[in-house]
Design a protein around this ligand. Structure first.
Ligand SMILES: [Zn+2]
Length: 80
């Protein structure tokens, strides 16, 4: 059930987390994307949230193993 919302952006924001979790129904996803198409503000919010998630996922993914660290330093990729 969905509460009627005067503010489409508020509704959009409600759908953001499920959208990013890919648990929206097809219809809801299309609705969100449709709104994102013509709302730059929400688009930025979604992008920000999305990049934040990618960053967090990387940050919390298993601590770097010693062998991975070695490989990275062999490639001279700065770790920080
Ligand atoms: Zn919006």
């Amino acid at each position: 059930m969905t509460q009627p919302h005067d503010d489409p952006c508020a509704h959009c924001e409600e759908m953001m987390q499920p959208y990013l979790d890919h648990i929206l129904t097809e219809g809801e996803r299309l609705e969100a994307e449709h709104h994102l198409d013509d709302c730059e503000w929400c688009r930025r919010r979604y992008r920000f949230e999305e990049s934040l998630r990618v960053y967090v996922r990387q940050a919390v993914s298993e601590p770097m193993s010693a062998s991975l660290k070695q490989k990275l330093s062999a490639l001279r990729i700065p770790l920080n």
